[in-house]
Design a protein around this ligand. Structure first.
Ligand SMILES: [Zn+2]
Length: 254
């Protein structure tokens, strides 16, 4: 009986991983961040630590809390997006390139001060060498990386970026040629790049943005509450992460 269930579980897992997916860009480091936080709090309870050592540990705690907060905020916002606009979410969650290969989309919501480019949302465009139809990013081959600032309209910005992706992933080779012809080398999708009047990716971004706004309006009409501003949400999550870690630490030291 157990084997039977194991097979079912494996089957479900393999189905899950055989599809392209929207993924939290912080997921890879989250387990080690959680372990680090526990270890750091335990160290803070060590009374042999000097003031200088504790100061260094507190600085590290701040960094790790920031990472966990960013992960949880991204989870929360992706979830909100899926509830508000399930159709748009699913279109990107199952996106494939021109050759029908799955392409994963990694998303990170980032604080403004971490942004390398002055744009609310940014999606890198990079081809796999020798495979012009395949997308790649810092997450590997057949992946897309999206970064969205934590601002009041983060979900609209995400919809916009996903609209670019909706067009570019299945038209990669052709779009890169268009991009090279029309924009300065080395530029990526930003507030302006990607929006020539003849740019189909820009048009798709605006369509996604409009559809998201419409979905959000009908979400509110159905009596749902206005969602928290991502900045307010980030503060709330940060406080929760801190108090959770402190509680776990207190229980462990009892
Ligand atoms: Zn754009």
């Amino acid at each position: 009986m157990k084997t039977y269930w194991l097979c079912i579980a494996l089957l479900i897992l393999s189905i899950k991983y055989s599809l392209g997916e929207i993924k939290n860009g912080y997921a890879n480091g989250i387990n080690s961040a959680r372990v680090s936080l526990k270890t750091l709090y335990a160290l803070l309870n060590d009374h042999t630590m000097t003031g200088g050592q504790k100061k260094a540990i507190n600085a590290k705690v701040k960094e790790v809390v920031k990472y966990i907060t960013a992960y949880e905020l991204t989870q929360n916002l992706l979830n909100q997006f899926r509830i508000i606009a399930p159709q748009l979410y699913n279109e990107i969650d199952s996106i494939k390139d021109k050759k029908g290969r799955i392409t994963d989309v990694y998303i990170k919501f980032i604080p403004e001060e971490q942004a390398l480019v002055q744009a609310w949302g940014i999606t890198g465009i990079d081809q796999v060498s020798g495979d012009p139809d395949a997308y790649q990013s810092e997450y590997g081959e057949r992946t897309v990386s999206v970064k969205v600032w934590i601002v009041s309209k983060s979900l609209v910005v995400l919809a916009h970026e996903l609209g670019h992706i909706k067009y570019v992933v299945p038209n990669m080779a052709q779009y890169v040629e268009y991009h090279v012809r029309n924009y300065r080398p080395g530029t990526t999708e930003s507030n302006h790049v990607g929006h020539n009047p003849s740019d189909a990716s820009g048009e798709s971004a605006l369509t996604f943005e409009r559809k998201f706004r419409e979905s959000y309006a009908s979400y509110l009409k159905n009596g749902r509450d206005q969602t928290d501003s991502p900045r307010v949400l980030a503060d709330k999550i940060r406080r929760e992460v801190m108090s959770r870690a402190q509680t776990v630490d207190r229980l462990a030291s009892l």
